[in-house]
Design a protein around this ligand. Structure first.
Ligand code: 5GP
Length: 191
């Protein structure tokens, strides 16, 4: 998606350790007009799918998912990062290794909000090694629901997540795929 690529080129900041900061329009301050265009594009890409719910993970997936959901007219559920002490029988739970914080989180979703009748679109801001998505897929499978597709804003194509997820045979659409980025020069190239 050209609009997103141009915005990343203009406002994205390449940090050490393969981290792309997009805080000025995606992760901290949010450009909702841009999110709206992303929602339109995901609707076009997943038009054939019987999606009745969107699932994302807190925190930075939530804003995007809510605006995307307005194009599908479906509710959004976000998986919560939790302390394991609180995990009881009313939730589906999994563990996710965080790329940016280098920590393992327990992640939960209430059994009230996903069930076997659900056809789910997963939405997230970034795809790096794929741990966040694998955790969300695990939650959906625990509920007996179906993953109809995955929509990602920014995929870092030089990390292994995209390959791992596509090998599962799930339709994965990333609106911008970064092929390389250089923290010295700030240069970013797209696929
Ligand atoms: P993964 O689980 O695929 O390794 O990483 C995905 C998660 O880590 C996303 O939910 C996102 O919040 C965070 N993340 C991974 N790489 C980056 C990055 O380069 N920049 C930002 N801002 N977040 C990232």
């Amino acid at each position: 998606m050209k609009l997103l690529e141009e915005r990343i080129r203009k406002d994205g900041i390449v940090k050490e350790g393969n981290v792309l900061k997009v805080d000025s329009f995606l992760n901290h301050q949010m450009d909702t007009d841009l999110f709206n265009e992303m929602g339109k594009e995901f609707k076009r890409l997943f038009a054939e799918k019987p999606i009745n719910k969107i699932l994302t993970i807190e925190a930075s997936g939530i804003g995007i998912a809510c605006i995307v959901a307005q194009h599908f007219h479906v509710p959004v559920v976000f998986a919560k990062k939790s302390q394991s002490i609180n995990i009881d029988g009313d939730v589906y739970a999994t563990k996710i290794q965080s790329f940016t914080h280098k920590k393992v989180y327990d992640v939960i979703v209430s059994k009230k909000y996903i069930g076997k009748e659900d056809h789910i679109l997963l939405i997230d801001d970034f795809l790096a090694n794929g741990c966040a998505l694998e955790g969300l897929i695990d939650l959906v499978q625990s509920a007996g629901a179906t993953v109809e597709g995955i929509g990602i804003a920014v995929e870092k194509g030089f990390q292994e997540g995209g390959k791992r997820i596509r090998e599962k045979g799930i339709q994965l659409e990333s609106l911008a795929i970064v092929d390389a980025m250089d923290s010295q020069t700030g240069e970013i190239t797209f696929r």
